[in-house]
Design a protein around this ligand. Structure first.
Ligand SMILES: NC(=O)c1ccc[n+]([C@@H]2O[C@H](COP(=O)([O-])OP(=O)(O)OC[C@H]3O[C@@H](n4cnc5c(N)ncnc54)[C@H](OP(=O)(O)O)[C@@H]3O)[C@@H](O)[C@H]2O)c1
Length: 299
C-alpha cells in the first residue's frame, strides 16, 4: 500500500523501515529535515510539509501520525483535516488519550474522513520483532488498512478492539499494567540490592530468572540487559517520568469504582521519584517531634 508517516522519531522512523521492508510505499514528513533524509535514504519519499505529503498520496489517502500525544498530535490532525478529502483515513499511533481520539474521530467523520486509533506497543524493538497494535476503527477503515497492520505487527499481533477510541483505551490499560509490572520488578531488585547478608549479583539473578522461572518475562530480559551494562545502575538517577497513560488508567479505575492499588501506587512512586525531598515526610517528622519528642534529622 501507499501511505504517509508523520513523525520519524524512535517509533515512526523504525515503523517506516518495517513498512518499506514489507513492500509498502511510504511518504514521510518530520519537522527535522535530517529525520526525513534518513527515511528517504532507506527508500521512503520525503515531503517538505503536510500539503506536499498529502499531494503525494492517491485517494483514499492513508496518513499515520506518530508524534507526541497532546498538542503535537492535535496540531497535526487539525492541519491534516484541512488537506484531506472524504474517504481518506488518519491513523493516530501515538499514546493519545482515548477521549481525545473519540472527539477527533467525530470531528473528522463530520468531514467524511475516517479516524483510526492504533495503540502501538513494542518500543524500539518493534522494528525487528513487530509492533502489537490495538486498533479502534470502523470495520471498513480497519479492512482498508489491514495490510499496513499486518506488516507492522508480528503474527497475530494486531486486532480491532471496537470503534474509534477503543484502541487507545486498551493501550492505556496496557500501559497501566506496565507501570505495575515495572514497579514490582524494581522493588524486588531493590531488596536484593540492599541485602547485607549476601553479596548478590543482580545480573546473574535476572539471567537465572529468565530460564523457566515464574517471573521470567520480556521486561525481565530487559532487566538482564540493563544489569549486564551496570550491575548497580550507578550512572542513573532514580527519576521516572510518565507520559499520561498511568494517570488516565487510575482516573478510569476511579470512575468505574474499580480498586487498582498496584497501578495507583506505581504511579505515585513515579511522582515521588521526581522529588529531591518529601514535604509530607517533613510534616510527619515535625508532628512526631511535636507529639512524642521523637528525634528529627536537620537539613
Ligand atoms: N517510545 C516508545 O516506546 C513508544 C511506544 C509506544 C507508543 N509511543 C508513542 O508514539 C508517539 C511517538 O513516540 P516516539 O517515542 O517516537 O517519540 P519521539 O522519538 O520524540 O519522536 C516524535 C517525533 O515527532 C516529532 N514532533 C514533535 N512535535 C511535533 C509537531 N508538533 N509536529 C510534527 N512533528 C512533531 C518529533 O520531532 P522533534 O525531534 O523535533 O521533537 C519527533 O521526530 C508518542 O505518542 C508516544 O507516546 C512511544
Amino acid at each position: 500500500m501507499r501511505l504517509a508517516m508523520i513523525g520519524l522519531g524512535r517509533m515512526g522512523g523504525n515503523m517506516v523501515e518495517r513498512l518499506l521492508g514489507g513492500g509498502h510505499e511510504v511518504v514521510v514528513y518530520d519537522r527535522s529535515v535530517d529525520a526525513v533524509a534518513a527515511s528517504v535514504a532507506k527508500g521512503a519519499s520525503g515531503a517538505a510539509d503536510l500539503a506536499a505529503l498529502c499531494s503525494q498520496l492517491s485517494v483514499p489517502r492513508v496518513v499515520w501520525v506518530m508524534v507526541p500525544a497532546g498538542a503535537p498530535t492535535q496540531q497535526t490532525i487539525d492541519e491534516l483535516s484541512g488537506l484531506l478529502q472524504p474517504g481518506d483515513i488518519v491513523i493516530d499511533g501515538g499514546n493519545s488519550n482515548f477521549r481525545d481520539s473519540m472527539r477527533r474521530a467525530e470531528a473528522l467523520n463530520g468531514k467524511g474522513v475516517d479516524f483510526i486509533d492504533a495503540g502501538t506497543s513494542g518500543g524500539v524493538w518493534g522494528l525487528k520483532v513487530g509492533y502489537c497494535l490495538m486498533v479502534g476503527a470502523s470495520a471498513a477503515a480497519f479492512g482498508t488498512c489491514e495490510p499496513i497492520f499486518r506488516t507492522l505487527a508480528p503474527e497475530n499481533g494486531y486486532a480491532r478492539m471496537g470503534p474509534p477510541g477503543s484502541g487507545h483505551y486498551v493501550k492505556m490499560i496496557h500501559n497501566g499494567i506496565e507501570y505495575g509490572l515495572l514497579q514490582a520488578y524494581a522493588e524486588g531488585y531493590e531488596i536484593l540490592h540492599a541485602s547485607n547478608d549476601f553479596a548478590l549479583d543482580l545480573h546473574q539473578i535476572a539471567a537465572l530468572w529468565n530460564q523457566g522461572s515464574v517471573v521470567r518475562s520480556w521486561l525481565n530480559e530487559l532487566a538482564e540487559r540493563a544489569f549486564a551494562k551496570s550491575g548497580d545502575l550507578a550512572d542513573l538517577r532514580g527519576y521516572v517520568d510518565d507520559s499520561g497513560e498511568g494517570r488516565w488508567t487510575v482516573d478510569e479505575a476511579m470512575r468505574l469504582d474499580v480498586p487498582a492499588p498496584v497501578i495507583t501506587l506505581s504511579l505515585l512512586a513515579r511522582l515521588r521519584s521526581r522529588q529531591q525531598e518529601s514535604f509530607s515526610a517533613k510534616v510527619i517528622a515535625a508532628l512526631r517531634n511535636e507529639f512524642g519528642g521523637h528525634a528529627v534529622k536537620r537539613t
